[in-house]
Every structure is written in C-alpha cells, then in structure tokens.
Write a protein that binds this ligand. Structure first.
Ligand SMILES: NC(=O)c1ccc[n+]([C@@H]2O[C@H](COP(=O)([O-])OP(=O)(O)OC[C@H]3O[C@@H](n4cnc5c(N)ncnc54)[C@H](O)[C@@H]3O)[C@@H](O)[C@H]2O)c1
Length: 355
C-alpha cells in the first residue's frame, strides 16, 4: 500500500528528456498528475523522448539557470532529480563541465527547493558504481551502508556521491524529504546512442554497454570485450528502475537510501553472447585491453532493503528485457542513426587515427 500518490499533484523531473527520465515521465503521465514539469538542457538527450501530453510542461535549459529556477512554481509535490553529465568518460575529459551539469545541478536545485512548499519526496538518482568495491575477485553484493572510498575513478562518480552529501545536508538542515535511489546498470528503450551534444569522447555516442552491443550486433559487427568480458554488472531493465524510483517517492523514508537493482550478477561476456544470439549476429567477439582508468571489476546490488521497505521487486529478466530492447532498437533505428550521425565529424578523425 503506497503512502503517497501522484494523482492531481505537481511533479518536477529534472533530466526528464534523458533515458531514464523520459521513461519515468511517460509512466508518470499515466498517474494523472495535475502538471509534470520537465527541465532539461538536452546535453545528452533527444527531444523526441519527451512525452506529448497536455499535462507535460517542457522547459528547455539548465537547472543551474536562475531564470529556470525562479520560474518553478512555489508549490511542487514530487521532484525526481535525474540530470547528470553523462557519464564517466565525459567527466574525465571535462571535469569542469561535469561539475557544472552534475554536482552543481544538485546544489542549485536544493537551494531553490528549500523555499518550495508541499514537497512530499525529492528522489535523487545516485549510482551504485560509486559505492561498489573495486575488485576483479568474487563480488559480494553492495549494500546501502557499505563504505564509500575517498579514491574514486572519475569526477562523475564523485559528483554522484556529492549529490548524496548535499541532499542529506538539506534534509537535516532544511527538512527537504530527500531520498536516494542508487541505480545499477540500467538498459532498455529510449537510450538513444549519440543523443545530445558532443562531450569530448566517443562515449558521447557509445553511451553504455547494452545499447552499444545491440547496435553493433544489429550491424553484424564484433562486440568489443574489455579484458575479455570478465567484468560483471547488475543489469536492470528501465521499467524496473522507473518502478523503483516511483516506489522511493511513494514509500521511501526521507533521508533514506535504497538500492534499485536486479540483484543478479551477469558477466559482460554473457551479455555479449545473449545479444549476439537474440540478434543473430555471427561476428566473433573482439577481445580488447582493459580500460586503464576503470577499476570496477565485478559488482552487483543487494536488494533486500528496497523489497522490505518499498515493496520493490524487479520483474523483468535480462533475457526478456534484452528482447524488448532489441525490438525497440530496430523500430527506432532511424532516430538512433540520426543522433549518431550528428557526431560523425568528431568520430571520423579519431577512427582514422586509430587505423
Ligand atoms: N543509466 C544508468 O545505467 C545509470 C546508472 C547509475 C546512475 N544513473 C543516474 O541516473 C540518471 C539518469 O541517467 P540516464 O542514463 O538517463 O542519463 P541521460 O544522460 O540519458 O539523462 C541525463 C539527462 O540530464 C540532462 N541534463 C544534463 N545536464 C543538465 C542540466 N544542467 N540541467 C538540466 N538537465 C541536464 C541531459 O540532457 C539528459 O537528458 C543520472 O543522474 C545518472 O547519473 C544512471
């Protein structure tokens, strides 16, 4: 039984044009809110992701903009803060841009929210990778109260945890009902390769392993396996992440933190084999060197707290989720190719240099 409901409420989704944010926005529209405000500067998103519904009020710009912040209503019931400078490699290439679009977004948003009335929950998308132990030995499930290392691999990871620090402070000092949802590796429809602006490295296009593998497999290309694909991750389908975010908002405890994870450990090699099977890709996998910066070996999330306190149980198996994502990718290939093509002039010289 949910403690809070979205019907007739005013909801703000920051980063709501992005992959997870847009899936959340589409799902929230069905809850019949009075108003769903989306703030997004389209840095890593395509406008086609934003739902076309009369309750949706899309505001183009950065959540760090004073003008955008001042024009937010004085009463907002739910906030989902999903904006980020996507992702680890972009943040290493440009730590200042990461600060501006990651850490600073959280601070400026919270400063504004301290004057907003009616807040029932402010849900923050944090990252399990920040907390996970750095190991290639056998992984133990990451729990919510595992310690956080002071030696993180990227500005992105630091920004995600600074967001938790700021949110905890604003909860303790100003009573903002801040709730942390720590994601594992999300995959699924509406993750558009190349969406948004060039952010300095090919990771602008090749965002995450799952959409990259699916795109390459559908183009009959070999799937690249860093370190032979021995690393493991906890892959969670986007509908499950959306359900977890909504459960944080309706049932989460202010000041609390919840792993929103599948709890299932899958190797990158197994992911590649499954995607090749589902797409009929016959190209052999390509074994690559390990990425020098990446010490994240094997990891997955512990899910019992979210189940116990939120009633959250992931429903979609990897096989089912990948099947749905392959289907979506085929159906939306024109949009994906358009977004990838916007970066051709940046990618081409890098490709030529590598050859
Ligand atoms: N996808 C994953 O596997 C994963 C894992 C762990 C955590 N997360 C977190 O979940 C959230 C959503 O991730 P995603 O995969 O949907 O990424 P995404 O890049 O698709 O979405 C981020 C959105 O934030 C927007 N944005 C960037 N800077 C902004 C700014 N200054 N003001 C307003 N909007 C801005 C982008 O344009 C984009 O729409 C992020 O906070 C991310 O750190 C994601």
């Amino acid at each position: 039984m949910s403690k809070r409901s979205f019907q007739g409420k005013t909801i703000l989704v920051v980063g709501g044009a992005g992959f997870v944010g847009s899936n959340l926005a589409h799902r929230l529209v069905a809850e019949k809110p009075a108003k769903l405000i989306i703030v997004d500067n389209l840095l890593s998103a395509d406008i086609s992701n934003v739902p076309a519904d009369p309750c949706v009020d899309f505001r183009f710009g950065s959540i760090t903009s004073d003008q955008i912040l001042q024009k937010l209503p004085d009463t907002i019931n739910f906030v989902f803060h999903l904006s980020t400078y996507h992702g680890n490699q972009s943040s290493m290439h440009d730590p200042l841009a990461d600060h501006e679009n990651n850490t600073f977004t959280t601070l400026k948003l919270l400063e504004r929210l301290k004057d907003v009335k009616g807040l029932e929950a402010v849900v923050y998308s944090s990252a399990g990778c920040t907390v996970a132990q750095k190991t290639f030995d056998e992984a133990k499930p990451t729990t919510e109260d595992d310690p956080v290392s002071l030696y993180l691999d990227s500005p992105y990871q630091m920004s995600k945890i600074f967001g938790e620090f700021y949110g905890n402070y604003y909860w303790m000092r100003h009573g903002i009902p801040f709730i942390k949802a720590r994601f594992q590796n999300v995959y699924g429809p509406r993750e558009i390769l190349g969406a948004g602006q060039w952010r300095g490295t090919p990771a602008t296009v090749w965002r995450n392993v799952t959409p990259t593998f699916i795109w390459k497999a559908l183009h009959n290309e070999p799937l690249p396996l860093d370190k032979g694909g021995v690393a493991t991750r906890d892959f969670i389908y986007v509908d499950d992440i959306v359900a977890g975010l909504m459960a944080c908002a309706t049932n989460g405890e202010a000041g609390g933190v919840y792993n929103i994870a599948s709890g299932v450990e899958t190797s990158i090699k197994d992911l590649a084999d499954t995607i090749n099977r589902l797409t009929g890709n016959k190209a052999a996998v390509a074994v690559m060197e390990a990425r020098p910066w990446d010490r994240s070996g094997k990891r997955f999330g512990e899910t019992s707290k979210a189940e116990r306190e939120l009633g959250f149980v992931p429903k979609v198996s990897l096989e089912d989720g990948l099947t749905r994502t392959v289907k979506w990718t085929k159906e939306n290939m024109a949009t994906i190719e358009r977004c990838v093509a916007q970066h051709a002039r940046y990618l081409a010289p890098q490709k030529a240099a590598a050859e």
